[in-house]
Every structure is written in structure tokens, then in C-alpha cells.
Design a protein around this ligand. Structure first.
Ligand code: PLP
Length: 409
């Protein structure tokens, strides 16, 4: 041990080990000791096959293998290549053609988009609003740049989106800050699997309009990391038209990720896209977000940009990728629904679930129950309000088996 602590905390709470990676490590250690069949590792946020192997879209791999050396060796423009920007808009919007200006900037995954939105549309010390069930890295990202996360209750007593909690918290923060960044992870929210309905969206928009008076402004960050695993591609995008004609002081920003959709997790590709009726706001969005990109990761991998551009330039190839993904999406949906109905059968309450990689079980002592389950070889992620189960990383059979064991624990 040294007498010196070199690292400055700068207001951050830095743990010794990332919680999820720590539990995953323990699960792996146990697997090595007693064998894979005896361990259920439902911690991982990647789509795995029933044998625990990472699913990689072979149609995407084919494109990757066809790249020229310059496609992976060369720098890409800071904001992304023109072909990528076009392709990523199509990927994010589907059949929806926004009747407004759109600013697009490439980011390393959805994470980069979240980071750049917080850094550019809030001030140091601001609180960023998201739901009480939330993806922990939101807090890491906020802390990294001198912000904090504040939360509203995602569900009310009737298991509906809790618009009154949202509105109350939005008003409180707006009164204090005069500006607000809200993060909404939908469809197929991590960690609950909930997707906001079109009706929920109407309420959120009305609520923000009512607090955005005078000089006040709000940025809605739609974290769409799971949009292509949430169900029918068009139905999942039915909320998008709500975003194209918002007043000038409400800016929707979509964080789109290639990690899950194209199984390119490690290639760090995604984009942030704003929709606005005002060209000046779209231009400013691109200028400030490119500046932030330059000052953090600089540019993003060109290879992933080329892969996406090629897929969207070739209808047959796009169909192949979409069809292949659909097979896996259906598998994931079956797993999620099996988990949901097994929970019901076991009398285990879960939070409202629609689709996606995760489902959650509310409980008062998640760490204690999590550890108890580990003794049975079941590894889940304890969160502040319950336990998260990654249905993406376990078989349908295991999805059916877990609820009874959790109830017993
Ligand atoms: N948002 C949520 C809720 C996630 O769970 C993830 C990944 O796990 C992301 C965003 C972004 O991931 P990436 O940076 O790999 O695109």
C-alpha cells in the first residue's frame, strides 16, 4: 500500500468493482468449479443462446468480413460518415419519415449518446431525471461529468406509468434549474422490460409542455437501446411521430445503439439524433455534440459505420439481417413471456413487463435474497428496489424455473 492516494474522487462514488461484472465473475467461477449445467447466470446484458454462447448475426459478420482495410484502419469524420448518418436514421426511425430537421452525430454506442446529451443540455451540478428503476451507468455517466441522477416512481399503485410522480419531479427540478434533461429508456426498458404506451407518451409530453414556460427548456433523451428487440418493428416506433412537432423549447434526442440490434457490442457504434422544427437548433446540436466527441473519444470506429451503410444500401442484405434478427427476437420474447407466466403461476410479483432483455422482481432486501439465490447457483443482479433477471442470457426452460426459486428464497 502506498501513502498516497493518487486518484481524485471529484464528487464521484467509485466502487472497487462494478456490481454486475462482480456477480458475473462469481457465476463464472462457480461454473468452472461445478459445471455450467448447475449454474444459472442471469446477469449478462447480451443475447446468449441456450448454451450460454453470444449470439452474433451471421449476416452482419459476412459484411464485416467483406470490409477493405481502409474501412477499419482509417479515421471516420468526427460526426460520422454521410452514408452512416443516412443509414442510422433509417435504422432508428424505420418507416417513420420525420417532418422536421434532424441532427445526427455518431457516438460509441448508446453510451456515448447518453454522455453527450447530459454534457451538452444540462449544467454542472444539475440533476438529470429518470425513473427509480434505471440502468446504473446513467449515474456513472452523470457523476463523471459533475451531474447527478434524480428519480420519479416509474409505476403507480395500479401498475401504470406514474405520470403524477413524473410531473411532480419534473416541476421540482425545473423550478430549481430552469432546464431539465429527462432520460426515458423505452421500448423494453432496462431493467423492467416496460415500454411506454402511446398514451403514456401523450402524458409525458403534456407534462413537459406545462413546465416549460417562458425561458425554460427540456431535453428528452429517448434511450432506444432495445428498440429492435421489443416486438414488431413498426409498432415499437409508433411513438416517434409524437416527437416531430414539439414546441421549440422541448428537444427530443434519440440514443440509438448498434450493440444489440446488429450484435456489434464491442465495435462501439451508435448515434444521437435530435428532431426539431428549428434548423438553428439542429445545427447547434451537431456542432456542440461533435465538439464533445472531439474532446472525449474523438471519432468512432469507421468499420461499424461502413457495415451499417452497406446493409442499408442493399435491400436484400437488409432483409437478410432483419429476418435473422427476427428469429432471435422471437426467441427472446418467448423467454420473457415464459418468465412472466411462470412468475404468475408461482405467485411471484414482478414489475410490469412487455419485452426485452430484462425483467425485474420487486423486493425489500435484494442483496440478501440475491446472495441466498447464489447458494443455489442462481445469479441475478440486486438493484435498489429489487432483483433483475436477464432473460436474454438464459434458456426458456431456465426462465420458467427461476420464479419458483426466487419466491422460495
Ligand atoms: N442503455 C441501456 C439501458 C443499456 O442497457 C445499454 C447497454 O447495455 C445501453 C444504453 C448502451 O449500450 P451501448 O453503449 O453498448 O450501445
Amino acid at each position: 500500500m502506498s501513502n498516497f492516494i493518487f486518484a481524485e474522487q471529484n464528487g464521484r462514488a467509485i466502487p472497487f468493482e462494478d456490481k454486475i461484472f462482480g456477480i458475473n465473475r462469481k457465476a463464472k467461477e462457480l461454473e468452472a468449479k461445478i459445471g455450467k449445467d448447475a449454474v444459472v447466470n442471469a446477469t449478462i446484458g447480451s443475447l446468449l443462446d441456450d448454451g450460454g454462447k453470444l449470439i452474433v448475426l451471421s449476416s452482419v459478420v459476412e459484411v464485416l468480413k467483406s470490409l477493405d482495410p481502409v474501412d477499419y484502419a482509417d479515421y471516420a469524420p468526427i460526426g460520422g460518415t454521410a452514408e452512416f448518418k443516412n443509414a442510422v436514421k433509417k435504422a432508428a426511425f424505420g418507416n417513420f419519415e420525420p417532418d422536421c430537421f434532424t441532427g445526427v452525430v455518431a457516438t460509441p454506442g448508446g453510451t456515448g449518446a447518453i454522455r453527450n446529451t447530459i454534457s451538452n443540455f444540462s449544467k454542472y451540478g444539475d440533476e438529470i431525471l429518470t425513473s427509480d428503476w434505471f440502468w446504473a451507468p446513467y449515474s456513472t455517466i452523470a457523476q463523471e461529468i459533475g451531474r447527478k441522477i434524480a428519480t420519479y416512481e416509474l409505476f403507480d399503485g395500479n401498475r401504470q406509468f406514474n405520470i403524477s410522480s413524473f410531473s411532480e419531479k419534473a416541476r421540482e427540478l425545473m423550478d430549481r434549474q430552469g432546464r431539465l434533461v429527462v432520460i426515458i429508456n423505452t421500448p423494453a426498458h432496462n431493467p423492467t422490460g416496460y415500454s411506454l404506451t402511446v398514451g403514456d407518451w401523450d402524458k409525458v409530453i403534456e407534462s413537459l409542455k406545462s413546465v416549460c414556460t417562458g425561458e425554460r427548456k427540456a431535453t428528452i433523451l429517448i434511450d432506444a437501446a432495445y428498440i429492435d428487440f421489443a416486438g414488431d418493428a413498426e409498432e415499437c416506433r409508433s411513438f416517434l411521430p409524437k416527437l416531430e412537432k414539439l414546441p421549440e423549447n422541448i428537444l427530443p434526442v434519440i440514443a440509438y445503439s448498434l450493440s444489440k440490434t446488429f450484435t456489434l457490442y464491442g465495435m462501439r457504434s451508435g448515434a444521437m439524433m435530435c428532431l426539431t422544427q428549428n434548423k438553428g437548433i439542429a445545427d447547434e446540436f451537431v456542432r456542440v455534440c461533435e465538439f464533445s466527441a472531439r474532446g472525449t473519444w474523438s471519432n468512432c470506429p469507421r468499420s461499424a459505420m461502413t457495415v451499417l451503410s452497406r446493409i442499408y444500401a442493399d435491400e436484400a442484405l437488409l432483409k437478410k439481417v432483419d429476418d435473422e434478427r427476427k428469429g432471435y427476437r422471437d426467441m427472446l420474447l418467448r423467454r420473457g413471456k415464459s418468465f412472466e407466466s411462470a412468475a404468475k403461476g408461482a405467485g411471484l410479483a414482478i414489475v410490469p413487463f412487455d419485452a426485452g432483455f430484462f425483467a425485474s422482481i420487486p423486493c425489500n432486501n435484494p442483496d440478501e435474497i440475491g446472495e441466498k439465490l447464489q447458494k443455489d447457483g442462481i445469479f441475478l443482479v440486486p438493484l435498489a428496489k429489487g432483483l433483475r433477471v436477464s432473460v436474454a442470457s438464459i434458456s426458456e426452460e431456465r426462465c420458467r424455473a427461476i420464479p419458483g426459486k426466487v419466491r422460495d428464497a
